[in-house]
Design a binder for this molecule. Structure first.
Ligand SMILES: Cc1cc2nc3c(=O)[nH]c(=O)nc-3n(C[C@H](O)[C@H](O)[C@H](O)COP(=O)(O)OP(=O)(O)OC[C@H]3O[C@@H](n4cnc5c(N)ncnc54)[C@H](O)[C@@H]3O)c2cc1C
Length: 400
């Protein structure tokens, strides 16, 4: 930390202390940088989210997060418009379920313990690039930083102010939490439910937690006229929910990665001058199932690595962060978008064929575990499907 006349200059300032911001702040503080983390909320705070963490998170987070895992998931019940259930369970975890208030609080406290100065209940209202630093204004004061990390989620003020012209495609998602106490879990302990027929443009889910069910609907392609209507229909069709009164859902935008944005390099940039975007602020949400927490944590780590590299060697450019995201995340999202195109263009057909292609679903479980990437999954799935291509094409025509 250094000082200009009357003002403290931080090495890094992080706007938003969700998973992306708290992870970046932790890494930077641990390495000895002076870090200020600002969040408009006071943690623990409720966050509209399914709280499903794919098991590959084990590869990038220390084990201490397991203390807030509410349920470990080994299998999925796939349904179509509340009917035709097909279960596929496996012997090792594919996902962990968390409540975001506890998970995010754990990450924030970890950053604080590593040395991050955390200000909660402080809203960032403006950011301005100055010649050698960035000025951040909040409802309580003004700060100056050498590097700014925009981790302020889907409605990012940092993205709006420092990345003008950046395209943003945000989809609608809704979530409700049903308290069930100690009643039996639905669709079963250790099992999540996914229904790709519930909405024409995405899927509906039931994610079981310790004593509640998180129920939601996400639009992954855009253009869903009435997400609330789709949510109500899903709840109505899903017999397993008949015993419960489902509270009104809350909506939140889902900034899903889009191939269209990716093609326009100028407007998709994650680095401008001394500012970087991570997590939802950078639209790092998987286009297949809307997974964002893993990518928030990972992008927070990649951003911190680039900043630390630059501190060690000033010739190192922060743009390296964007290159790392392209290599590690965008390349995967491009393949996930291709899979999403098939699944959401032919949902009934895909659901119908799950029993025949369960080995492909198992392969996808390995993507969730981090044993396969989307790229290796796609290549293997393609050659498996090729073997039965003629039969499939004939059936696809009759299912459309
Ligand atoms: C309905 C729904 C269900 C979802 N389910 C899943 C799921 O099951 N699994 C999954 O992986 N992903 C899921 N996602 C996506 C996931 O929630 C996000 O990708 C994830 O929260 C991104 O983390 P983040 O740290 O980038 O942003 P956030 O978690 O949104 O954190 C941003 C933080 O910034 C703070 N902030 C915002 N603006 C300001 C400001 N101006 N000043 C100061 N602070 C500010 C906020 O208070 C917040 O704490 C879901 C999303 C939705 C909408």
């Amino acid at each position: 930390m250094s000082t200009l006349p009357n003002v403290t200059v931080y090495d890094a300032l992080v706007v938003g202390m969700g998973p992306a911001g708290a992870t970046a702040a932790y890494q930077l503080s641990r390495a000895g940088l002076s870090v200020l983390g600002l969040d408009k909320a006071t943690h623990p705070r409720y966050k509209v989210c399914g709280g499903g963490l794919s098991a590959r998170i084990d590869g990038i987070l220390d084990d201490d997060y397991k203390s807030v895992v509410e349920q470990t998931i080994y299998g999925i019940q796939f349904s179509y418009r509340g009917a035709d259930p097909f279960f596929l369970d496996s012997s090792s975890p594919i996902a962990y379920m968390v409540m975001r208030d506890r998970f995010d609080h754990l990450l924030l406290e970890k950053a604080r313990r590593a040395g991050t100065e955390v200000h909660e209940d402080e809203l960032v209202t403006a950011c301005r690039q100055l010649p050698d630093c960035i000025e951040v204004t909040t409802d309580r004061g003004r700060y100056v930083t050498k590097v700014l990390i925009g981790a302020d989620g889907a409605n990012s003020v940092v993205a709006q102010q420092l990345f003008p012209g950046r395209r943003s495609r945000r989809m609608a998602a809704l979530e409700s939490e049903v308290p069930i106490g100690t009643a039996p879990q639905y669709p079963g302990t250790g099992r999540a439910l996914i229904d790709i027929g519930a909405t024409p443009a995405g899927y509906a889910w039931i994610f079981p937690k310790q004593e509640r069910l998180s129920i939601g609907v996400g639009d992954l392609r855009g253009g869903l006229a009435s997400p609330k209507k789709v949510f109500d229909q899903f709840v109505q069709h899903e017999q397993g929910l008949a015993a419960w009164k489902v509270p009104h859902p809350t909506g939140h935008p889902l900034p899903v990665f889009s191939e269209y944005c990716e093609a326009d390099r100028e407007s998709v940039g994650l680095v401008r001058g001394r500012a970087l975007l991570v997590g939802d602020a950078g639209h790092l949400v998987d286009p297949l199932f809307g997974e964002g927490i893993y990518y928030a944590v990972r992008s927070g780590q990649l951003a911190a690595e680039s900043i630390l590299n630059q501190v060690k060697d000033p010739r190192y450019s922060l743009a390296e962060y964007e290159d790392a995201v392209r290599r590690e995340i965008y390349e995967e999202f491009l393949v996930a978008a291709r899979v999403a195109n098939v699944v959401y263009s032919y949902p009934r057909f895909c659901h119908h064929h799950l029993p025949r292609y369960q080995h492909i679903v198992m392969l996808y479980y390995d993507v969730l575990r981090g044993r396969e990437t989307y790229r290796t999954f796609y290549a293997k799935a393609k050659s498996l499907i090729k073997l039965s291509l003629k039969d499939l094409l004939l059936e696809a025509v009759s299912f459309r």
